[in-house]
Design a protein around this ligand. Structure first.
Ligand code: HEM
Length: 483
């Protein structure tokens, strides 16, 4: 019977058309292209590229079906040349397909993050220490052209270094500069390559980029190896100081417990190193890019910055520093962070998911092995769900009296959802809140005179990147005079 035949999502017709669309304007902004293709093909459609069958999801109901209701079925990840190189063939978390070992790795990181919420290693303390040091640099530097983006990167990198290795860098440390360089190299090349990985027909990836990625991965691996050795030697003592310690202990316990298991799991040194490398990679670029987006929006919308400062002045004043327990008292700042994550999701297509068995989305059959791309951009810019979605308006996340934060639409998933949800959501929110609160309590951020602000369009890549821009951090009068 006709009804019993599987119904597949509507497929885009011919490759050359998409190929040329992608090349429009030089930089393929895939999230925008996928968003606009809905007009013609509906919110769920497929593309077939050689052997890759790919389904693009643009509506939140379908996205939630994939991520939440059928999370395990769609918990696979595709293999790709660059991510395999980056993660020793998927021995990390983000690019590893679903497996018992992957679940175990996720659980260890989750445990470590909950453990470090409290106690002497509290993440809040670490973030505040870095926020204080960042503010110090901003106020003592005489250089009006101080590269603020670099300073943000340093602060966020140091938070992750403390979490992973109980270690932080001083300004100017050559190892830190090496780390920044390799991170940038990875962002540049994986971003490029991921397009080719996902869309092999593009074939625009020059080999010199692959060589650069290889060099960057080598530098990263040397740093990881150095910390690994140091931590392994010191593991005799009882204390568990950081993520590396948590994983090393898990590895030891695993060796002891495995003898009792029918299917032993093997957390090799490679798995351990790649897990730490992953947390580092996933934690730095995403958070610092979101922070840069927030600052760029504050420069474009000075009235939003003023409102945050009024709220900070009223609720905290100048006698003490902001802390996490102030979050409920500062709904406008929280709403601004939510709005930045909506309007410029740093991971607009998430990471591709793969159907581990034949499955369905809505009324459509999805074959086993299909890649599923969730277009967060479409969810966050859906006109049926958001009033004027292109407008930056933190107020949309507040109730009528402006007192309470709420989500006005279910079409909002900046960290994904379900079993593949971002592992660092809690940490990232703490960082965004504390860094912005500390900075705006003390400084007003301004564009440099005579220099136009970069436009608010992002550049699609491994993260939705902000064009580089300079900021002037002017010490606020009340801070200068009062404290
Ligand atoms: C503003 C900052 C951040 C944003 C917007 C963000 C967003 C996301 C998104 C959208 C995903 C993909 C979910 C999916 O594929 O379905 C993801 C995955 C992930 N994130 Fe984040 N993230 C942020 C910060 C962090 C931080 C600080 C960490 C480190 C602790 C982190 C660790 C991870 C990991 C390990 C994954 C892979 C999870 C998996 O595949 O199972 N992220 N993140």
């Amino acid at each position: 019977k006709a009804e019993s035949r599987p119904k597949y999502p509507r497929s885009l017709p011919s490759l050359p058309i998409i190929g040329s669309l992608l090349h429009l304007g030089g930089n393929p902004q895939l999230h925008l292209l996928f968003h606009s293709l809905q007009k013609k093909y509906g919110s769920l459609y497929s593309l077939k590229m050689g052997s890759h069958y790919m389904v693009v999801v643009n509506h939140y109901l379908h996205a939630k079906e994939v991520l939440l209701k059928k999370g395990k079925t769609f918990a696979g990840r595709p293999h790709a040349v660059t991510t395999d190189m980056l993660t020793r063939d998927g021995k990390d978390i983000a690019f590893a397909s679903y497996s018992l070992l992957w679940k175990f790795q996720r659980k260890q990181v989750h445990t470590a993050l909950s453990m470090f919420r409290k106690g002497t290693l509290a993440l809040e303390k670490i973030i505040c220490r870095e926020a204080a040091s960042l503010c110090e640099t901003l106020s003592t530097s005489q250089d009006p052209l101080l590269d603020t983006a670099l300073e943000f990167n340093r602060a966020i990198t140091n938070v992750m270094c403390s979490l992973c290795f109980s270690f932080c860098y001083r300004r100017g440390d050559p190892e830190f500069e090496a780390m920044l360089q390799y991170s940038q190299g990875i962002v540049d090349t994986v971003a490029q390559e991921s397009l080719v990985d996902i869309f092999p027909w593009l074939q625009v990836f020059p080999n010199k980029d692959l060589a650069l990625l290889k060099r960057c991965v080598e530098v990263r691996d040397q740093l990881l190896q150095k910390q690994f050795k140091k931590h392994k030697e010191a593991l005799g003592s009882d204390s568990t100081n950081d993520l590396m310690d948590v994983l090393l202990r898990a590895q030891l316990n695993m060796e002891n417990n495995n003898s009792r298991l029918a299917q032993p799991l093997e957390l090799t040194d490679d798995h351990l190193l790649m897990t730490v490398g992953d947390i580092f990679g996933a934690g730095v670029e995403t958070t610092s890019t979101t922070l840069k987006w927030a600052v760029l929006y504050l420069l474009h919308y000075p009235e939003v910055q003023r409102k945050i400062q009024e709220e900070l002045d009223q609720k905290i004043g100048f006698e003490r520093h902001p802390q996490l327990s102030d979050r409920q008292q500062l709904p406008y700042l929280e709403a601004t962070i939510s709005e930045v994550l909506r309007i410029r999701p740093v991971s607009p297509l998430l990471i591709p998911h793969v159907a581990l068995t034949e499955a369905s989305i809505g009324e459509y059959t999805i074959p086993k092995g299909a890649q599923v791309i969730i277009n967060l951009w479409s969810l966050h810019h859906d006109e049926k769900e958001w009033d004027k979605p292109g407008e930056f308006n933190p107020g949309r996340f507040l109730d009528e009296r402006g007192n309470r934060l709420y989500s006005p639409s279910p079409s909002y998933l900046p960290f994904g959802a379900g079993i593949r949800v971002c592992l660092g959501e809690g940490l990232a929110k703490m960082e965004l809140f504390l860094f912005l609160a500390w900075i705006l309590q003390r400084f007003t951020l301004e564009a440099l005179p005579g220099q136009p602000l970069p436009a608010l369009e992002g550049k699609f890549g491994v993260v939705l990147q902000v064009q580089p821009f300079k900021v002037k951090a002017r010490l606020r009068a009340a801070w200068r005079d009062g404290v």
